[in-house]
Each structure stands twice: as C-alpha cells, then as structure tokens.
Design a protein around this ligand. Sequence first.
Ligand code: IPD
Ligand code: CA
Ligand code: CA
Ligand code: CA
Length: 256
Amino acid sequence: MKAAEKLEALENAIRIAGDKALSFRKQGLTIEVKGKNDFVTQVDREVETEIKSVISHLFPEDGFLGEESGISAGEEGIWVIDPIDGTTNYIQGMDYWCISVAYVNNDQIELGYIYAPERDEFFAARKGQGAWLNGRCLKMENEAEGQSIIGLGHSNRRPLSDVINLLTILDENNVDHRRFGAGALMLAHVASGLVHGYFEAHLNSWDALAGLLLVEEAGGCVPDFLANDGLINGNPVWVSTQRLWPVLNTYMEQFS
Ligand code: IPD
Ligand code: CA
Ligand code: CA
Ligand code: CA
C-alpha cells in the first residue's frame, strides 16, 4: 500500500470510530470516575482499541501513546491518541467532543487529525504542507482590534488560579473568553478561526499535539510543546493569532 493510501485508510478509520461513538452513546454508557471532573466510558476504551488496531496494521513499526492504554514503544515514530476529547460533553449529550490522533517522529509532530462527528468537522494537518477542515485549506488571519476571543481550559492537574490570573490580563486587554470543554477541538477551532487563541495551564500530549500542528500549519503562533519531555509529562499550551500573541506571552513570562 502506498503512503497516501495508508493515510486515507487511517482517516476512514477515525471517521468510522467517531460515528460509532455517536451511535453507541444512544445505546447507553458505562461511566467510571477517574478523578475530579474526569470520566471514562467503555466507548473511550473501544475507540482507542479500534484506532490502535488499524494503525498497527498500517504502520507495524510504530509505537503508541493513548490516554486510556498508556505507552507502548515502537521502532520508528509514535502515534498519540485521545479517543474522546471532551468526555464530559460526550456523556452529557453535548456536540463539542472529538477524536484526536497525532504522529510524532524525530521530535516533530508530523501529522494531526481531529474529528468532531456531531459537528461533521474533520481537521487534518501535515508538517510543512498545511492544515485543512473538511478539505478546505486553513489560513489564520488577525481578528479585528477589540474583537479577540480566547478559548480557555482547566483541569484538576493545575490550580484554578492559573486561569483566574490570566482572566485579569485578558480583561485589561479587552479580550473575551469562552470555555467549551474539549481542549483538542478548541485548538482546532483556533486554526479555523472560530476563536483566536487558546490557553490551558497543562495539557497532555494526547490533548494537544494534533491541535498544535493544525494551528502552526494554519499560520498561528505555538510554543514548543515537546520541550522538557512534553510528550510524556505534558506542558502548558498557549496558541493564538499574531495579534493576540503578545498578550498571552506577557502572562506566560510570569507563569510557573
Ligand atoms: C480534557 C478536555 C478538557 C481539558 C482537560 C482535558 P478529556 O480531556 O480536553 O477540555 O480542559 O485538560 O483533560 O479528559 O475530556 O479527554
Ligand atoms: Ca480524560
Ligand atoms: Ca483529552
Ligand atoms: Ca479523552
């Protein structure tokens, strides 16, 4: 199979897994609590298993890092999978959730896919080649002055003060904010221009990598997430348009 055919097969597998997740929700979910405001269902696990099995058939030499199944080493690159990002939204019947799949090789994010089945949005990015939403090439532009909106995220992995302190700076700079509850999809929506930036004090690599490549390839500003062992430990995430970048950087300079 040629490389392009393999990627097409992978994209199809992600779509099929997402559509199945949608239909499984109607049949009933088994919900387990992993931590404060952190849940997992049987569908999260099934989606991860299904995508891993397709990838191991297509790319047998690669390894995996999945939110629900952990890390398994390979001989070449590593596929980083969040089977459902925004599990709380998924459980609640909200449409704001997605599957996120990224490929890392030689310390670079080479591929990123984000699929939001209920919104019929399939995002794809390839290092050095571009970013697309449903086949349309994404190019980020600066928002009009005074019309900036930033997405925010928060989890039990960091103190709430990380967000509260940023809110003060955003308010001083006339920047509005939204929190939709799926970090990967919010990053994709920075690339597509729905919002103009995103901040979260800690994301894991399965939440962040595909979205970061989307933003970078769409022409936005991104940090080096893979620095300081970010693949394994995660890192803070801040991305934005050129216009919003100095505001976020002011905060990140003091951030620890
Ligand atoms: C979470 C979501 C949430 C973000 C958290 C993530 P999950 O992922 O992306 O928006 O704020 O940091 O852990 O648990 O729904 O896959
Ligand atoms: Ca989770
Ligand atoms: Ca996630
Ligand atoms: Ca998840």
